[in-house]
Design a binder for this molecule. Structure first.
Ligand code: C2E
Ligand code: CA
Ligand code: CA
Ligand code: CA
Length: 278
């Protein structure tokens, strides 16, 4: 009876059991998705505000689930990170994005930059450097066309180690950008210590444009970036008013629904062929 009682205790934690089960299910589903080639990349154009032209794109992953349809990254990236599956998934993203960018360059669409998101887990993967170098070599994409997007949280752990790794990444010839700038545990000190090339102003600040004082933050980030000789990209630009404001205040590039959401490769290529610009 006692033994049964112990077994029964499991039933008193149904939430935990179900959660654990759900995680195992999603983990194996993610593993299958990778094997079955169910992930796809969509691309969102980045535009230069002076020329008004597409100068690059951010690769954003989606899961083309046989039953659920198109699943947004917000629903699986966190779990992929926790389980470590983000490492093989991220490797797939990097290879696919670089190959695509090279193909578009070869098709005569000019020197396009490709931005790829890197999760903290990938950053602490010992083989990261070699993996990136290999992708660049195999795809033939000029390293200067690859931009790696990092988040501020990354700089919190072992600072000395992070600085060293970032310098090694830079030595490959690629560019480093800080994603969602201003939302993390921002510390200005890392801006001087880390070899960063680009700041991406988080869209929460962009949506504040036109609402009084709030836009002061946007202007300050642009000035900060330029004083540090960094390029600055505004993300989440949705309106003409936001665009005008950013242009007037010297922002370098924009990305957002105003010009285009992330789109499948075919649609992105059509945009390039049509020469669609701001
Ligand atoms: P993120 O890197 O900050 O990417 C920008 C997100 O904002 C994208 O959401 C994009 O679709 C969305 N967005 C772009 N323009 C606008 C706009 O004008 N208005 C609004 N409201 N949203 C806009 P998405 O594609 O759902 O990606 C969400 C997050 O998932 C990304 O945020 C990134 O953190 C993560 N993610 C996506 N792809 C990858 C990947 O390949 N690897 C890793 N590690 N993370 C990824
Ligand atoms: Ca990003
Ligand atoms: Ca972002
Ligand atoms: Ca974000």
């Amino acid at each position: 009876a006692k033994k049964m009682g112990r077994n029964n205790t499991q039933f008193y934690q149904p939430a935990m059991n179900e959660e654990a089960l759900e995680r195992v299910r999603i983990e194996s589903a993610l593993r299958n998705a990778l094997e079955r080639d169910e992930f796809v990349l969509h691309y969102q154009p980045q535009l230069d505000l002076q020329s008004g032209r597409v100068v690059g794109m951010e690769a954003l992953i989606r899961w083309q689930h046989p039953e659920l349809g198109m699943v947004a990254p917000g629903r699986f990236i966190g779990l992929a990170e926790e389980t470590g599956l983000i490492v093989p998934i991220g490797a797939w993203v990097l290879r696919t994005a670089c190959a695509q960018a090279k193909a578009w360059q070869d098709a005569g669409h000019g020197v396009l930059r490709i931005a790829v998101n890197l999760s903290p887990r990938q950053f602490s993967e010992p083989k990261l450097l070699a993996a990136i170098a290999e992708v660049l070599r195999e795809t033939g994409l000029p390293p200067s066309c690859l931009e790696i997007e990092l988040t501020e949280g990354l700089f919190m752990n072992d600072v000395a180690l992070a600085v060293e790794l970032l310098h090694k990444l830079k030595a490959l010839g690629l560019a480093l950008s800080i994603d969602d700038f201003g939302t993390g545990y921002s510390s200005f000190s890392y801006l001087r210590r880390f070899p960063i090339d680009v700041l991406k102003i988080d869209r929460s600040f962009i949506s504040d444009i036109g609402e009084g004082d709030e836009a002061a933050i946007v202007v300050s980030i642009i000035a900060l970036a330029h004083n540090l000789k960094l390029r600055v990209i505004a993300e989440g630009v949705e309106t003409a008013a936001q665009l005008d404001y950013l242009r007037r205040n010297g922002c370098d590039e924009i990305q957002g629904y105003y010009f285009s959401p992330p789109v499948p490769p075919i649609e992105f290529e059509r945009m390039l062929i049509d020469g669609k610009s701001l």
